[in-house]
Design a protein around this ligand. Structure first.
Ligand code: NAI
Length: 390
């Protein structure tokens, strides 16, 4: 059973390694940009998020929050509640309960939204309360796609899409996700990377980082990418590049990072070698077609909390990590992205929310990029905090 003190100790360690947020907390305690405002959040509830919420609360925000399905850390929920925040959800919530948690945040009629996957934006539209929202931020690629796709033209308040930030793309998606996905696959499987054959699906920001860190550990890496320019870049970066159906028999590990559904579908699954290990880094748990895998299997064995083995009638066994959810956030003892990468990403969140709260008149309705002056200010602070200029 998780205790509050576990959560407090873990948050304290992480707080001590996030210097950018520490400075923002001091600044906000003085300027109080969120006084009188309620912030609704839907983002992974883990220690780093707790440090972000502390900064926003220090700036005067009343916090009402929930996590993402399957990644909520119960000791951190306990810690946040103890700090006076309203938090819905727990680790083993069903999908239905998770949806109720998101609705509870929407029903609290927040002024500001800190969103992940555009769940809250879609929620306030469905509830008819979008008109009372001052503005918000969206953390992910997938949420940005949704705001510009199915929700295009419908959002009446400014939403700063953190994922559009070049700082986040380089610092978090590439280097943060790259490191943590590789670390998670190693930790969960306890298998060797050097000399093993990896297929990375998607050579966007996350895929580039995953391929880079696999290679840094001595892995042999191939890339499957549908965008010709990114496939070209991967080839010049020295990776084998081919369609997934061609790489299926070659690979031993397959990692998806595309943000699109059914990337590892039946056409690929039927070609995989015995013992193939599948993991997903993309936001939604749909990149690996786990329903198709389940339908193909005669037996599914839960090896442990993060490993399932699917035995197929032709004698092959396929290994799925973290149920196809984000392997760096949903696996056993997940650590998520590095503290420095998240310090950077969360300062983008923090200063963007401050801009929305205090200068919404300078922003237009709907999804938009992080203002350039915020990007440059954070880049300066980050380099200074690393001592990189020394
Ligand atoms: P991105 O848009 O930079 O890259 C995605 C790439 O996948 C694109 O180059 C696209 O052409 C390619 N792609 C799409 N369908 C494909 C297919 N069927 N086969 C091969 N390639 C395909 O996006 P980014 O920033 O790399 O994000 C990828 C996913 O990772 C998103 O779902 C995002 O939300 C998620 N993400 C996960 C994090 C984590 O901690 N696990 C953190 C940040 C983002």
């Amino acid at each position: 059973m998780a205790s509050e003190s576990d959560g407090a100790a873990r948050v304290a360690w992480i707080r001590s390694r996030m210097p950018l947020l520490a400075r923002a907390r001091v600044d906000f305690a003085e300027s109080r940009p969120f006084d009188g405002l309620k912030l609704g959040m839907s983002l992974h509830i883990e220690p780093k998020t707790a440090v972000l919420l502390e900064v926003l609360a220090a700036g005067g925000a009343e916090v009402v929050a929930t996590g993402n399905h399957g990644s909520t850390q119960d000791d951190i929920v306990a810690f946040l509640r103890d700090s006076g925040m309203t938090v819905f959800g727990r680790r083993d919530d069903s999908l239905e309960q998770h949806e109720r948690n998101v609705r509870a945040v929407v029903d609290s009629t927040p002024d500001l939204l800190l969103d992940n996957g555009a769940d809250l934006a879609a929620g306030v539209l469905a509830a008819g309360t979008a008109g009372t929202v001052t503005g918000g931020t969206e953390e992910t690629t997938s949420g940005g796609l949704r705001l510009r796709g199915e929700l295009a033209g419908a959002i009446p308040f400014p939403t700063i899409v953190i994922n559009d930030s070049p700082l986040k793309a380089i610092g978090e998606n590439r280097h943060g996700v790259g490191q943590s996905v590789v670390e998670s696959v190693m930790r969960i499987t306890n298998l060797m990377i050097p000399g093993r054959r990896f297929v990375v699906a998607g050579y966007g920001w996350c895929g580039r980082g995953i391929a880079q860190y696999l290679r840094a550990f001595g892995g042999r890496v191939a890339v499957a990418e549908i965008d010709e320019l990114k496939a070209f870049e991967a080839a010049l970066d020295g990776y084998r590049v081919a369609p997934l159906t061609e790489l299926a028999e070659w690979g031993e590990f397959f990692i998806t990072a595309t943000g699109h559904p059914g990337v590892l579908g039946p056409d690929v699954l039927e070609l995989l070698p015995d013992g193939a290990v599948l993991a997903n880094a993309g936001h939604f748990p749909w990149e690996i077609d786990t329903d198709a895998l389940r339908a193909m299997a005669h037996t599914v064995t839960e090896v442990d909390a993060a490993i399932d083995r699917f035995d197929l009638p032709d004698g092959r066994g396929i290994v799925l990590l973290a149920g196809g959810r984000m392997v760096n956030l949903a696996g056993r003892e997940p650590k998520g992205n590095s503290l420095e990468a998240m310090d950077l990403g969360f300062l983008l969140q923090t200063l963007s929310l401050e801009r929305v709260a205090t200068r919404a008149d300078t922003l237009s309705p709907g999804p938009q990029a992080v203002p350039d002056d915020i990007e440059r200010e954070i880049a300066r602070r980050f380099v200074a905090s690393m001592g990189a200029s020394r």
